[in-house]
Design a protein around this ligand. Sequence first.
Ligand code: MSP
Length: 656
Amino acid sequence: MEKKKFYITTPIYYPSGTWHIGTCYTTVVCDAIADYMKMNGYDTFFLTGTDEHGQKIERKAKEIGISPKAFVDKQVSTLKDLWEKLGIRYDKFIRTTDDYHEKAVQKIFEKLYNQGDIYLSEYEGWYCTPCESFWTKTQLVDGKCPDCGRDVELTKESCYFFKLSKYREKILELFKTHPEFLEPKSRQNEMINNFLKDGLQDLAVTRTSFSWGIQVPFDPKHVIYVWIDALTNYITALGYMQEDDSLFKKYWPADIHMIGKEIVRFHSIIWPAILMALGIELPKKVYGHGWLLLDGGKISKSSGNIVDPVILSDRYGVDSVRYYLLREVPFGADGVYTNEAFLTRINVDLCNTLGNLLSRTTAMIEQNFNGILPKLNKSIISDYDLDLEKEVDSLKSKVDEAIDKLQIPEALTYIFKLCESANKYIDLTEPWKLAKDETLKEKLGNVLYHLTEVLRVVGIMLLPFIPNTAKRILADISVDVPSEFNDLIKFGYLNGGEKITKNQKALYERIKIQQELVEMDKISKAIKEKANAKKEEKKVDKMEINENVSEIVIDDFAKIQLKIGKILTAEKHPNSKKLLHFTVDTGDKVRSICSGVAKFYTPEEMVGKEVIVVTNLKTAVLGGIESEGMILFAEDEEGVYTVEPSKVLKPGSIVS
Ligand code: MSP
């Protein structure tokens, strides 16, 4: 029989380089759902990728002096490494700079233009660069971007528009006839009240103020930006508008577009309208999950907390991070990250409930049955046994239902509830007492068989969520890792006779939370200091000489006071790798000066040198140290060199 199809997508990520535990949320959630569906027998396709065009990327690349493509290539490789680290099992990674995507986007644009859904006009609006969004004055909140709260600029330009207004009624109708299209339900009300109720304006879909984007094929000074470039990734990745569109035919429409709440408007209004214009079926569901917050605000790396998923995974294991995200954040609503809640989840659920069940069970089988699973004796089944069997048998349908509602924390709660019941079953059946009486050995065997069955079922059910932990459990009880659930999630699959190993390594080590919180603080502090030092280095970069200077008149030059200075002391700057810190005698006084030459000179080489100093420069603070002037250096492609007088002069001598 042909398998049912299941297509799930994450948003394509901006390759901005600041990935914290919050940004990983959408992808970890999709990964777990996709794998669950795969194990449940669906032919699953899980798409993720990167959204690489736009002014923000262009500016960032320029800032560090590389091409936008070189910039995004580097970022994408870091992001892919992160997904690998977090065990993300995507089927395809699309980049909006991929050739096939760019060509398909141009064809889509041309089609919409030819059929009159795109037209040329002029746009004046308030533009938010970080969000790449135009806003009308009434949409601004206190004069700022309603999405991110940052400053906006009034911008006017010739622009192609998509006739979004034409689709307002149809989208309202969609919400009415398919209430399951956008979830959670509250997001629908937001969309209707904030965007649809008072009419929908046509949408500017090209820009001329930057060039890092896909060109409009018939008008190349325009680039197609975010809406048509980014949103269409969900279909171009499957081959839409390409020679081989078999994946598109097979998997579209998407079952779920999983997204964060700030991009619900794009996905539930603009995207359906584009699809309606193209005459393509709509996705079955758009789910706008909440944000992971830190102290009430959206997480950002500069907050200096230990929220780096790589640091957390290296220190506590990838599955701890995955489990925390999937279990702790109430799905659909916002959640707040705290180190304490993270560590507590590891201790209570992974170490105590799950880890103890595994170690107690395997240890008892090793001690009493030489590490061989005893056979089940059905003639001496107790009520406790039956209760546990029932719970095992009912687990799958409960988890299926939770996943169907996309309630992942609920699904995990059911799985861990079974572990709790198994631990309680140990307390009730008291196997340590049974072990003391040889006549009760069969009863003991039955208890341990039941516990091992729970571990088997739990191990398999956890594969989509915390795969490493699940595999380790299954390995300890000699169960092969299945690729599908099939009918494995039922009590009584094991025959007895399987090799059971008491692993020397605990599944999860118990964490001393208070002590660990202090350690985490230390790590956070180090991250913050590193970030500050980087900021200072950037400041220094900005102070470096501008190549594109225009002509000045002699009066301009006369404003600059240059004097001979003698370097008295030199040391490495405590907060910056780039800077050296000098004290310099300039005749009038001894100045503290910082220069970005640590790569070219050791402090020792600099002491005693006579240099030229700009002495009337406003004092700046670099990395916490005052810099009262600037030493001049000359540079070529190989390095940076001091500029010294051809005769030893008195400090303070005028250079003119
Ligand atoms: N490029 C757009 C999406 C275009 S899709 C056609 C974008 N990219 S993003 O990199 O900013 O965000 C990617 C995902 O990360 C989004 O789903 C976003 O909601 C999610 N998150 C970013 N920070 C988050 C938290 N602090 N918490 C939870 N999810 C958050 O948007």
